[in-house]
Design a protein around this ligand. Structure first.
Ligand code: GLV
Length: 391
């Protein structure tokens, strides 16, 4: 054999401990880390099926839904977006996408790949969300089959209220899909009450499990749309009718289908992440995130910095965007925090690249002590990162 074993693989694996206060992933709690080191089970073992059933119930709890077709996709939150669009859209369907950051843009990109006709409602005003009137007007004009909304835009830190949108989509015979990747657990999400037809999230943010699983749920209306498709679901891996059989979502007596080999390890982590939320109580988890966010807003303003989203009720508690002050090199700030304190504070993404810092408040990391630490490090890092005398 000509290719030699790589030298790097001969040294032991060393992982530094970092405090992840960016937009995700967040740090997993010791309880979750312990779950990840449990023995591997086979993907068709009854013990793993029991864990999958518990996960399903946990996802129903965090989504506040009774939807039977509720499970976790084996891939990151992004795959949830892929899976809802792949299952619900067919070529030439009209889809309306609300865009106030990178994730709406990404959904538009994916929908085009599935052959849909994409209509966009774009928020050009910095740091703002959509009013119910704007949404209703757009639905009336475009008559889409599906309306796609991001509840928490991690790129801009904008919170989009969902309440009231479901009534509009029902009136216009349209499906409502909501991305809750960065928001679930930090703000309420009442899937059934708000008439959301399909939703997804990520395991690695407020749930605090490792990246790699995407909680997802479809209601009966969405399922009917899938059953009435004229074309096959184009990607086998995202086919929710098959995944639903693997997760025993349809008929209690039907045998579990082998669709793909799930990661037992990631499922343990997600199970424990959901269990931690169930133990604390969803309302309390949301309150904890909101308190930490309020503490951060106050501290940021005390440092003389400005929040990117002006009005507090439009801010996503789990991802705060902070304007980079004039005369400061944002990269130096984030590098300083990482090199000196192993603290992750992120820069902007997509439309906010170079303009903001992003501080994540997620799951196990959502504590008052961590907020104080972030503010202290930011203050120090800013002093070291001034590139002009404007500050
Ligand atoms: C990931 O979700 C990010 O916003 O960076």
């Amino acid at each position: 054999m000509n290719v030699r074993p790589p030298l790097g693989l001969k040294s032991p694996l060393r992982i530094p401990h970092k405090l992840l206060m960016g937009p995700g992933p967040s740090n997993s709690s010791p309880r979750i880390l312990n779950a990840l080191s449990q023995p591997i089970l086979g993907h068709m073992h009854s013990e793993l099926f029991d864990i999958m059933d518990e996960i399903k119930k946990g996802i129903q709890y965090v989504f506040q839904t009774n939807n039977q077709l509720t499970l976790a996709i084996s891939a990151s939150g992004h795959a949830g977006m892929e899976a809802v669009l792949c299952n619900l859209l067919e070529p030439h369907d009209v889809v309306l996408i609300l865009i106030n950051g990178i994730w709406g843009e990404r959904a538009a990109n994916l929908a085009e790949r599935y052959g849909a006709i994409v209509r966009k409602l774009v928020k050009t005003a910095l740091g703002s969300n959509f009013s119910i009137i704007e949404i209703e007007n757009a639905v009336k004009i475009h008559q889409p089959k599906l309306l796609f909304v991001v509840q928490g835009e991690s790129s801009t830190g904008i919170y989009q209220p969902i309440i009231g949108i479901g009534e509009i989509t029902r009136r216009y015979n349209c499906l409502l899909v909501v991305d809750t990747v960065a928001s679930l657990g930090a703000v309420p999400f009442l899937m059934d009450k708000w008439k959301v037809d399909a939703a997804y999230s990520g395991s690695q943010k407020i749930i605090g499990a490792p990246p790699g699983l995407a909680p997802i749920s479809f209601n009966e209306r969405a399922l009917k749309t899938i059953a009435n498709r004229k074309t096959p679901i184009p990607v086998y891996f995202w086919d929710i009718t098959l995944l639903g059989q693997q997760w025993n979502c349809f008929e209690r007596s039907a045998p579990r289908l082998y669709h793909h080999t799930t990661s037992a390890t990631l499922l343990y982590g997600l199970r424990e992440g959901l269990a931690v939320i169930a133990d604390e109580g969803l309302e309390q988890v949301i309150k904890r995130h909101q308190h930490c966010a309020a503490q951060l807003y106050e501290g940021i303003e005390a440092l003389g910095m400005q929040l990117y989203v002006d009005e507090e009720h439009k801010r996503l508690p789990s991802v705060t965007t902070i304007k980079v002050p004039d005369g400061v090199d944002w990269r130096k700030v984030t590098e300083y925090a990482m090199k000196r304190y192993k603290l992750e504070i992120s820069g902007g993404l997509g439309p906010t690249a170079g303009k903001v810092f992003r501080v994540g408040i997620m799951g196990y990391n959502a504590t008052q002590e961590n907020i104080v630490f972030v503010l202290d490090v930011l203050k120090e890092a800013l002093k070291h990162s001034v590139t002009s005398s404007k500050l």
